[in-house]
Design a protein around this ligand. Structure first.
Ligand SMILES: *Cc1c(COP(=O)(O)O)cnc(C)c1O
Length: 388
């Protein structure tokens, strides 16, 4: 279940936020919190190494700021999803190890090599292709081997691992620096799939030549030292996410989203608000219109037709419900019960210390991961800390 922290006392964060003149809202990214999160996770898993997953533009927060901040803190291993992301990461850091999680797909080898990145080879065909490439250029090529311990998404299944083990000439062309796998249900410590995958992973890696191993992402590392192996690969937790359903991860929020109040109006009882009139005022109501919508990453499923509950925002420290449809650029919020009068020019918290990624995700019938990675396509990104 989502925890909803209590609302603190004034001054409320949103009341002290300034939004640049031409902007409708702002995405605040606290690079000090990000770095502290990485350090806390690194301490948690030591002596295992703590890498960082920076795929999808660092979960939407901007790899150009996130990667250098983490590298400066001592992070040496980064994971991206695609060859293009690997090139972006390489341009930011000449020395780091950069793994490509999507592996080697046809035509990708040259770009992966140009980025001096390492593909997480996820099938025998990929291993054969990378080995052929190595022979062609006359050098051993570094890579990770991604084995399938039960997620059945990417990775060499048992029979391919066995066939690979029987072909030492293939492995001779390769420098396997990591054997990795990914967990399917790590957010739930009670799920027996975790122990089953741990056992399968241990079996699979022992069929292969000895190499450092990695199994855990943000939630997996919370399952305890048995899951840490040599390297962990958190993404979401670095950005303040708390998806693990056991103990709290030792991380704090990194992201806040604030939006302007554009107008406040009175709506008579029975008055319809928003597209299709899906919400009708049950009483004389004060409705604030805020400059944030689904084009900014706020889920349209946070809409609240009459009788249903949707998302909410924090204005002057009070939680006020979104009413009616979330539209592309705007939401309407019922501020009738706000203890402080809401006025044009006020600023509301849409995501932050009170409205966590998990709470906003739940209100929009999705998960915090999706909320996070969709933010900020339009909103101004403002960075604090981390040598910003
Ligand atoms: C995205 C991803 C991660 C990071 O997952 P989080 O839950 O964000 O920590 C780690 N490993 C693999 C294979 C991934 O695809």
């Amino acid at each position: 279940m989502t925890t909803r922290p209590e609302i603190k006392s004034p001054p409320f964060p949103a009341d002290t936020v300034s939004i640049a003149g031409a902007e409708t809202g702002v995405l605040h990214i606290d690079l000090d919190a990000l770095v502290n999160n990485w350090r806390a996770l690194a301490r948690r898993v030591a002596p295992a190494e703590c890498g960082a997953v920076v795929k999808a533009d660092a979960y939407g927060l901007g790899i150009g700021r996130v990667l250098p901040a983490l590298a400066m803190a001592g992070c040496q291993t980064f994971f991206v999803a695609t060859p293009r992301e690997a090139a972006e990461a390489r341009a930011l850091d000449g020395r780091a190890r950069i793994f490509v999680l999507d592996g080697l797909f046809p035509g990708a080898a040259d770009d992966i090599l140009a980025a001096a990145a390492l593909p997480c080879l996820a099938g025998l065909a990929e291993v054969e292709e990378w080995a052929a490439h190595a022979r062609r250029i006359g050098a051993r090529l570094a890579c990770a081997l991604h084995v399938d311990s039960g997620l059945h998404r990417l990775g060499l299944p048992l029979d391919e691992v066995q066939r690979l083990a029987a072909r030492p000439e293939l492995l001779e062309s390769l420098d396997v620096v990591l054997v990795m796998s990914h967990l399917a249900a790590a957010d739930d410590p009670a799920d027996p799939a975790n122990a089953a995958q741990l056992e399968a992973f241990t079996l699979l890696r022992h069929l292969l030549p000895r190499a450092p191993a990695s199994l855990a992402a943000s939630d997996g590392l919370m399952l305890g030292p048995d899951f840490h192996f040599d390297l962990v690969r958190p993404g979401y937790a670095l950005y303040g996410g708390q998806a693990f359903r056991g103990a709290r991860a030792p991380v704090s929020p990194v992201v806040s989203v604030y939006a302007r109040v554009l107008q406040v109006r009175d709506v008579q009882p029975g008055g319809a608000v928003g597209y299709s009139g899906s919400w009708r005022a049950p009483r004389a109501s004060r409705i604030a219109t805020l400059a944030v919508g689904y084009a900014d990453g706020l889920g349209r499923a946070a809409s609240a037709p009459t009788g249903a509950s949707g998302g909410s925002v924090i204005i002057h420290g009070a939680r006020m419900p979104i009413v009616g449809r979330v539209s592309m650029d705007l939401i309407t919020v019922d501020v009738t019960d706000c203890p402080v009068t809401v006025a044009r020019g006020d600023v509301a918290e849409v995501i932050g210390q009170t409205l966590t990624l998990e709470a906003v995700g739940a209100d929009a019938r999705t998960i915090g991961y999706e909320v996070l990675t969709r933010l900020g396509r339009r909103m101004q990104r403002v960075y604090a800390g981390g040598g910003a």
